[in-house]
Design a binder for this molecule. Structure first.
Ligand code: ADP
Length: 478
């Protein structure tokens, strides 16, 4: 992952919140459920203990020989058993008790004797009679089985299925039940004589859900994602900066490479010429008659070497003082004369004639001598390359027209193919096997540096024609 867009971060956040929230909700629910089950069991146990006590009271009463009056008995038992509403006894068909004799009591007594277990008789919705075989009977008020403060906290609604019907003992949650997560447990009271169904119900309402923890989780996750996002962004920016630095280095290397190629291109011609001249001079050295030719060859070599030095000097000037080596008011004539001298022998050996005609001998141009020389040498070299071994004619012409001086280099070679013409000045474009494709692009750059222009065309009679236009020297330029 390199970046985290805002929308994806939000999606991740939602997903993490949903998963984490579900987990938190699950644990919170489990916790509440456990507490509910525990408290329901406590309530069940307490109710069971109370009802078991009733059996014990009846057993004790049955064993009494001289039982006190029921009013005294009731008064003595009520502090410990507040649910006792009345005590009564059926003895020899005579009822004595704190309440009216319930209907069906004699039958219940007989049944209790038969089953050897107290029997139940409904009194009303919240009270029931527990009838012993001995005739002793207890009227129990189920509502008072547990005091208000005795109920454990995690309960909702508790009800008991009494003989008189279902009775709500606790109603902490209203009916109809509120909306939420329902919990419930059903048991039977442990007393064998009073096996009432015990129902505990509770709804976990939204108010009890773990909102606080959910909010904390959402906040922590949002913070974590924000930190992660910021880190990823910082890393991306750092990488971009590194990449830019790398590209800048590559560019520099590229420029250096181009420059090296350019130097190689420009120096190739003078160095080849020097080598050729020196070899020729060496061959003719011992021949007295060739002394003049040797001198000429050495002079040409020296001039080419100077030119090579000038090219290097110009490049150095370009590097150390961007903007170029300085232009001056120039007479093209001597420059062209020198070029002709320098190239004559070499071209003649290849059966190539080189001619120069200046139609405006008085014209002066605003130019840089070394750069102009380089351009012309490149154009002459290209023309010679185009003519190849079959020889031909290279014409150099100069003429002032308008505010510019027009120098043309034309040849009677094969000309330039139409598809080549638009790419001619692109660096590294070449159609020659050993060519570097830098001569024309360098020449164009040099021309622009002198406010000049270099164009190429084919002559109607065949052959290529390159035109270099330079500004004429005026008062302003001078
Ligand atoms: P190079 O000479 O190394 O090929 P240049 O930039 O000097 O590179 O020339 C680019 C191309 O332009 C040459 O390969 C050639 O196809 C074409 N060209 C240049 N001068 C001439 C010419 N006088 N006649 C025909 N084609 C030429």
């Amino acid at each position: 992952m390199t970046t985290l867009p805002l929308r994806r971060a939000l999606l991740w956040w939602l997903l993490a919140c949903a998963l984490g929230g579900a987990l938190l909700g699950y644990f919170a629910l489990r916790d509440l459920q456990e507490r509910f089950l525990q408290d329901s069991s406590i309530a069940h146990r307490l109710l069971s203990q109370k009802t078991v006590q009733h059996d014990a009271v009846l057993t004790t009463l049955a064993q009494l020989d001289n039982a006190p009056p029921t009013a005294r008995l009731l008064a003595g038992l009520q502090p410990a058993l507040p649910q006792l509403a009345a005590i009564g006894r059926l003895r020899a068909d005579h009822w004595q008790g704190e309440a009216a004799m319930p209907a069906g009591l004699p039958t219940a007594v007989q049944q209790a004797q038969r089953q050897q277990r107290p029997q139940l008789l409904a009194a009303d919705r919240q009270r029931y009679w527990l009838v012993d075989g001995s005739g002793w009977s207890l009227l129990i008020d189920a509502r008072r089985l547990l005091g208000d403060g005795d109920w454990p906290p995690a309960l909702g609604r508790i009800s008991l299925a009494l003989p008189g019907g279902e009775l709500a003992l606790l109603a902490r949650q209203p009916t109809p039940a509120p909306w939420g997560w329902p919990l419930g447990i059903d048991k039977t009271l442990a007393a064998a004589s009073q096996p009432f169904a015990f129902h505990s119900r509770r709804i976990l309402t939204p108010a009890e859900w773990p909102w606080g923890r959910w909010l904390a989780l959402a906040t922590v996750l949002a913070l974590l994602l924000a930190v992660l996002r910021a880190r990823l962004q910082a890393r991306r920016q750092r990488r971009q900066a590194e990449e830019q630095a790398r590209l800048a280095n590559l560019n520099r290397l590229g420029t250096l490479g181009e420059m090296a190629a350019g130097i190689a291109h420009e120096l190739n011609q003078p160095l080849t010429a020097i080598l050729a001249n020196v070899r020729a001079a060496e061959r003719m050295l011992d021949d007295e008659d060739e002394r003049a030719t040797v001198r000429q060859a050495l002079q040409t070599s020296a001039a080419q070497a100077r030119r090579a030095a000038d090219i290097v000097g110009r490049l150095r000037a370009m590097v150390t003082q961007p903007g170029g080596g300085g232009s001056a008011v120039l007479d093209p004539q001597p420059l062209l004369d020198s070029l002709l001298t320098l190239r004559h022998d070499e071209l003649a050996a290849r059966k190539i004639a080189l001619s120069w005609h200046n139609a405006s001998p008085d014209a002066r141009v605003q130019a840089e001598a070394v750069a102009l020389e380089q351009i012309l040498h490149n154009l002459v070299q290209n023309a010679a390359d185009a003519l190849g071994s079959r020889g031909g004619h290279i014409r150099l012409q100069g003429e002032a027209l308008g505010k510019r001086y027009w120098l043309t280099v034309s040849d009677d070679g094969p000309g330039i193919a139409p598809e080549v013409l638009p790419r001619l000045f692109q660096p590294f474009f070449t159609t020659r096997a050993g060519g570097m494709g830098l001569g024309l692009s360098l020449s164009e750059t040099l021309a622009h540096g002198m406010h000049g222009q270099l164009t190429a065309a084919n002559l109607p009679a065949g052959g290529a024609c390159f035109t270099l236009s330079l500004p004429l020297a005026t008062e302003n330029h001078a």
